[in-house]
Design a protein around this ligand. Structure first.
Ligand SMILES: [Zn+2]
Ligand SMILES: [Zn+2]
Length: 262
């Protein structure tokens, strides 16, 4: 028999602590900012994870101005680019100060409880892509080995894996770093692009993609790869990773799904 107090507790709206600010809030209570995601599991993670204040700080990218990189502003970079090995990229949020802070909490302060929320947020970049095409496999930009040793986890891989579960897509590691690059955030656009050249290669042997996703894979269609990373700044990383994937899978089309677009 369930006791009266326990029953009352079950009937009461559930109180949660916000993953970010720690404040207690009622799930389903009060006015909350809309979430531009359809996947019910992803919505649930966000609805139950963040208080109304924190959720309202997410700068979702809902309208894009550049169909190539998914930037919400007009974009000269994509027009200037001579070669583009990826088909297109979509970003979930703008990389503003709030998002910088959130990412830093996860990456550098090890706030692992944010991981599921990041995977859920990534859905806002994934759903527009899934609306246009089907994917055979999800992969991610690999972290530098030195940084992996420091941090202990590869955030892009973890977030990509979480997202892949939400959409029942197969995740496979497909890339490795073959060259060390210095810290990119201090460099200008041109230097970053130069610096990233030849950084990545596909893992060998290449995946037999027909076995990864037999249900989706068609030997006559191009292999469609969703490549996940946390931030798109100049597109240099996406470009180099796509180039490495195409070298190993000439029949592939690479699409980028980014957590944030800076
Ligand atoms: Zn909060
Ligand atoms: Zn662009």
């Amino acid at each position: 028999m369930i006791g009266a107090s326990k029953l009352l507790a079950l009937l009461r709206p559930q109180g949660r602590n916000c993953l970010l600010c720690g404040q207690t809030f009622q799930v389903g209570g009060g006015r909350r900012a809309p979430i531009p995601i359809r996947n019910p599991a992803a919505r649930k993670v966000l609805d139950e994870g963040f208080c109304a204040g924190c959720i309202s700080r997410i700068p979702w990218i809902v309208t894009i101005a550049c169909p190539i990189c998914g930037r919400p502003e007009r974009c000269g970079d994509c027009l200037r680019r001579r070669e583009r090995p990826f088909v297109k990229c979509r970003g979930a949020v703008r990389y503003d100060d709030a998002m910088k802070e959130w990412l830093a909490l996860y990456k550098y302060r090890g706030l692992e409880r944010l991981e599921a929320a990041f995977a859920a947020m990534l859905a806002a970049a994934v759903e527009p892509l899934l609306g246009e095409t089907r994917f055979d496999v999800v992969t991610s930009v690999p972290i530098a080995p030195l940084r992996l040793a420091d941090r202990g986890f590869d955030q892009a891989e973890r977030v990509a894996r979480g997202m892949a579960v939400l959409y029942r897509l197969p995740y496979r590691p497909m890339l490795r770093r073959i060259r060390h690059t210095g810290k990119q955030s201090f460099k200008g656009r041109k230097d970053r692009i130069e610096d990233m050249k030849g950084t990545f290669a596909a893992l060998s042997p290449p995946l037999a993609l027909g076995h990864v996703s037999e249900a989706l894979f068609s030997p006559t269609d191009p292999v469609r790869i969703m490549l996940v990373d946390d931030i798109y700044t100049t597109g240099a990383t996406m470009t180099e990773c796509s180039r490495a994937l195409l070298a190993a899978y000439p029949n592939a089309e690479v699409y980028g799904a980014l957590w944030a677009r800076s």
